[in-house]
Design a protein around this ligand. Structure first.
Ligand code: URA
Length: 223
């Protein structure tokens, strides 16, 4: 079991960072949630649909669809990019090295995988060779993420990395400009932070990720 100090060590955060918390106010989202297709209206249907999905070319190379994992009544929805090799093999998001760091980030929010948190990806199928998702693949998978948001009804979404942030927000702004403020997706407050795989390669940005987590925690508390 991770302690808070383990988390700070894992995130590479010194005490100074614990004091730095960004302040922001959610901006209103004027879009109306789209109706979810009848065949995605419950978890069994959604799970079957993802497993049997042939809506894009990724079904030819994936081992299995990776719907998501965790508490289906969670307040927190974490959204990453796409399954990698480990996730494709095991059928669960964030089970590799990046997943270990994600677990530490969750612990910094007093969260544990499966408890009040649900973890999903923009894409439910692995892009071969871990290449970037392509626009047609994102479009094909979008109904599944929308269905997850409607079924879970999270209070807050944390988007991990440039790709998830830009896809959810339909934006091409750099992650540096997207983080540090509260957006909305389907009327749910959304906060952007760095992807744990990126943080593993860019240690100095862990301090910025900590600021994002503080913003997320405070936003949740103020809801
Ligand atoms: N990276 C992601 O974005 N998602 C995963 O599930 C694993 C790695």
């Amino acid at each position: 079991m991770l302690t808070r100090d383990d988390v700070f060590d894992e995130l590479g955060i010194g005490p100074v960072w614990r004091l730095r918390e960004a302040v922001s106010t959610p901006s209103p989202d004027t879009t109306t949630p789209p109706a979810v297709h009848q065949s995605l209206a419950d978890w069994d249907q959604l799970s079957d649909a993802v497993n049997q999905c042939t809506a894009c070319k990724l079904h030819r190379t994936r081992t299995q669809g990776v719907l998501g994992v965790g508490d289906r009544n969670a307040d927190w929805l974490i959204v990453g990019e796409a399954p990698g090799a480990d996730e494709d093999a095991q059928g669960e998001p964030f089970v590799g090295q990046a997943g270990k760091l994600l677990d530490a980030m969750l612990a910094a929010l007093d969260l544990r995988r499966g408890h009040n948190v649900y973890i999903a990806n923009v894409l439910k199928s692995r892009p071969p060779g871990n290449r970037n998702p392509e626009p047609d693949e994102v479009a094909a998978c979008r109904p599944y993420l929308l269905a997850q948001v409607q079924l879970i009804q999270p209070k807050l979404i944390l988007a991990l990395g440039r790709f998830a942030a830009q896809s959810l927000l339909a934006s091409d702004e750099a992650i540096a400009r997207l983080r540090g403020r509260v957006h909305t997706f389907q009327n749910v407050p959304l906060i952007v932070t760095y992807h744990p795989a990126y943080l593993l390669r860019n240690l100095p940005d862990k301090a910025r990720a900590w600021e994002d987590l503080c913003l997320a925690r405070r936003t949740m508390m103020n809801l």
